[in-house]
Design a protein around this ligand. Structure first.
Ligand SMILES: Cc1cc2nc3c(=O)[nH]c(=O)nc-3n(C[C@H](O)[C@H](O)[C@H](O)COP(=O)(O)O)c2cc1C
Length: 284
């Protein structure tokens, strides 16, 4: 999936829409993106559908967003089969679609907390093995944010991001130290830093390293265990990691750093709880 780095930079959560329907070209482009966005790096194949008046599955119900989203006419809903790293795959795939939406001038907003999962599951025709991790509205942003949106953005500190020194590391003297020279990875790391995360908790930590002469990025989740277990099998922070993986890939390709995902045997990676190793991007 070819996505521009500009989309990563321009994306922000949009909760207030102008009430218009998707144009037919936009709808077709989103449907194409749905096809291109899978599989995830761990091999999972989440299923996505457009949901809204005139979009196919609307007659089966309505997505309640409990006042968080105003005047959106379209949603993208999705399900994934339970499996290891299913949440990462879901995060990676849906973020691909939402970045394409950004390129099309459409607003979106990850919704993993409160939405009507039952209605989304029914519209998707899910089976007993499936989970409905998140959804997003899609549409033209309203000129003005609703009061509700301003309150949410303020309380989540939506614009604020942790400094790079708290997120990106290198090993010196056997211990993690703040990364001093990002080198070839500067834009890639910045693409992770500006990404969305549940409650803007920014749980991604990246160790810049090298194995057998190849530079790599090792991605870890600094898990808030209580927060991440609040929704049972739906793990918002594991989805955050999948989103970060998409951002790494988009930015690496844009910078001409070819590469691939590889999960090293976890016993070969040092990680102390609450830090959990997820996967590595190996430059080629
Ligand atoms: C997995 C995930 C779940 C989220 N769930 C919600 C949600 O339920 N409601 C909401 O208003 N925002 C939700 N968000 C959006 C975040 O609050 C938002 O990305 C963050 O505050 C950063 O703001 P930005 O996206 O505008 O950069 C979620 C984001 C992610 C990645």
């Amino acid at each position: 999936m070819d996505i521009s780095l500009d989309a990563v930079r321009a994306r922000r959560s949009v909760r207030s829409y102008d009430g218009s329907a998707l144009g037919s070209a936009q709808e077709a482009a989103i449907r194409a993106a749905i096809g291109e966005a899978v599989p995830g790096p761990f091999g999972g194949r989440p299923r996505f559908e457009l949901f809204g008046p005139g979009l196919g599955s609307f007659e089966k119900g309505k997505i309640g967003t409990y006042g968080v989203i105003s005047r959106a006419q379209a949603f993208i809903i999705g399900a994934v089969e339970r499996a290891s790293f299913a949440m990462e795959d879901f995060g990676y795939c849906l973020e691909g679609i939402l970045l394409r939406a950004t390129e099309l001038g459409l607003g979106s907003c990850w919704l993993g907390g409160i939405f009507d999962r039952g209605a989304a599951g029914k519209a998707l025709g899910i089976g007993p093995k499936d989970l409905v991790p998140a959804c997003s509205p899609l549409g033209v942003p309203a000129d003005r944010q609703s009061i509700q949106e301003r309150i949410i953005r303020f309380s989540a500190g939506s614009r604020a991001r942790k400094p790079a020194s708290e997120l990106f590391f290198e090993e010196r003297g056997g211990v993690w130290q703040a990364l001093e020279q990002p080198g070839i990875w500067a834009e890639v790391l910045e693409a992770v830093r500006v990404g969305p995360s549940a409650s803007n908790k920014q749980p991604w930590r990246i160790l810049v390293s090298e194995r057998a002469g190849r530079p790599e990025l090792d991605l870890f989740l600094e898990e808030d265990r209580r927060y991440n277990s609040m929704l049972g099998e739906i793990k918002l922070q594991d989805m955050d990691m999948g989103i970060a993986m998409r951002h790494v890939e988009v930015a690496a390709r844009a910078q001409g750093i070819g590469g691939a995902w590889l999960r090293h045997a976890p016993e070969t990676i040092k990680a102390a709880a609450p830090r959990r190793y997820i996967c590595s991007w190996i430059a080629k």
